[in-house]
Write a protein that binds this ligand. Structure first.
Ligand SMILES: [Zn+2]
Length: 471
């Protein structure tokens, strides 16, 4: 392959290997990524897209409009099986997303999946479906995937930061340092970890009698991070090794996550790894037990440690920054930042007027509430909350037969719009009151504060979709 940005290629000799002159190839596949001579990634994206489409339509065969998998499972299938096909190797080619036609190509498949889940009609905009189903627009999602991959490589020391090309992905992000290390196996654990049930705790006395008890807790607040260590047996102390007369110690913590991380032989966190080694290294001096204590249960030592941790969070502001975060929380932070980008984009979009009023922001809970309903419910809620329904005014825009005036109240001049249906129509006042707690709603934003089940119950009892014209 010849990589060049030039249009006119100067004369050169092709290499010869074993008496055969090698020829130039326009593309090459390396580790599953298709590389082209101009590094435009067009061929790669085209292939990824085709592969994802094939998989999607293969999966879709097991789903029908009236039977098949639950919509939430289809959504999962898209995010867990199909989308990773699209985003494979995103770190090297995400910069190709500066072209609109490439973004459209990639959005196409997500749109197909979202439309498959909701049964939305063809005119329904992709942006609306993305918000309703809590999917980042494809270009943002791909950048997020690239950023997470970059972080992993960076933390392992293999990242070459440049100010051009694909490596600028991390420049836009503000993230803490992580404690990520390559997964390490360690079977030499010289301490016991125990997670007693809440019932055992209620029965009292978990630690053995001749053991020294130490309660620990951590606290993270806006002002900083704090640690609390409390022991009635020792006086408050951070240094266990200084007490030469201890032979058996029990450390209590209310963090099950910490105990599970310490008891697992494998870890990818340097903090966990160092902690395990430190705990094991004192094996000659004392026998150590780590026991879980239920939080906020007025267990004296634990409450004391909690107080100390909270107090500690207010100290050492400058040092708080130095504590590396686990990779998981850095990923969470990256997720949050890209979600913010998507939210801002949604806020500034000028189209999708009705959806913007009824789904003002990405809302995971609302999406889950929607996805847990029946296929028919999901279709009707989507149709109503996007304004893309086969009824009233919108139907006439699509050239379908419709009633000029509202079918409910029949008042001349009352057109069958989403606003009239959801907020205003006097014929539905009773139903509205029962489902949404109001006879006439002031506007669509007010409706957006109501639960999905309330909105659904209003749509269903109005029998609007059953009267006529449901496709
Ligand atoms: Zn009406």
């Amino acid at each position: 392959m010849l990589f060049t940005g030039r249009i006119k290629i100067p004369q050169f000799q092709l290499p010869v290997l074993n008496d055969t002159t090698l020829t130039l190839s326009p593309t090459a596949k390396y580790l599953g990524v298709e590389i082209d001579t101009k590094l435009s990634w067009k061929i790669n994206i085209e292939k990824r897209k085709n592969k994802a489409y094939t998989t999607y339509y293969t999966c879709k065969k097991i789903v029908n409009k009236n039977w098949g998998l639950k919509p939430s499972i289809i959504m999962w299938m898209y995010t867990a099986v199909i989308r990773p096909i699209l985003t494979y190797g995103a770190l090297v080619w995400w910069a190709a997303l500066n072209k609109q036609y490439i973004i459209r190509k990639l959005n196409g498949i997500q749109r197909a999946a979202c439309a498959g889940v909701t049964g939305a009609i063809r005119s329904c905009p992709t942006d609306s479906l993305n918000v309703i189903l809590h999917q980042l627009p494809m270009d943002i999602f791909i950048q997020k995937t690239a950023a997470i991959a970059a972080i992993r490589i960076k933390e392992l020391g293999g990242w070459n930061q440049q100010n051009y090309g694909h490596s600028v992905i991390l420049n836009k992000l503000t993230i803490n340092k992580s404690d990520y290390i390559l997964p390490k196996l360690d079977f030499n654990r010289h301490f016991q970890v125990r997670i007693p049930s809440r019932r055992e705790w209620r029965r009292g006395s978990i630690a053995e009698e001749d053991t020294t008890s130490v309660y620990t807790d951590g606290s993270k607040m806006d002002c900083g991070v704090g640690t609390g260590v409390f022991s009635a047996d020792l006086g408050i102390s951070l240094s266990i090794q200084n007490h030469g007369n201890i032979h058996k110690a029990t450390i209590f913590t209310d963090s099950q996550a910490a105990l599970l991380a310490l008891s697992s032989p494998m870890t990818n966190s340097s903090i966990v790894h160092n902690c395990k080694r430190a705990l094991s290294s004192i094996k000659d001096k004392l026998q150590l037990n780590l026991i879980w204590v239920p939080g906020h249960r007025n267990i004296f030592g634990n409450e004391k440690a909690d107080e100390l941790a909270k107090a500690g969070a207010f100290l050492n502001e400058s040092e708080a920054e130095l504590i590396p975060s686990p990779l998981g929380s850095i990923k969470g932070e990256i997720n949050r930042q890209f979600q913010q980008v998507a939210n801002n984009r949604w806020k500034n979009i000028t189209k999708c007027v009705i959806t913007k009023q009824l789904w003002p922001t990405y809302d995971r809970k609302r999406t889950n509430d929607l996805l847990n309903r029946s296929r028919k419910n999901i279709y009707r809620i989507t149709a109503t909350t996007t304004g893309h329904w086969p009824l009233g005014e919108h139907a006439s825009k699509m050239g379908m037969p419709y009633n000029d005036i509202c079918r409910g109240c029949g008042v001349a001049g009352n057109k069958e719009t989403i606003f009239h249906f959801l907020c205003e129509c006097p014929a539905l006042a009773q139903i509205r009151h029962k489902a949404l707690g109001i006879q006439q709603a002031p506007n669509l934003e007010w409706i957006s504060t109501k639960s999905i089940s309330g909105i659904s119950s209003f749509i269903e009892t109005s029998k609007w979709f059953e009267r006529e014209g449901e496709t």
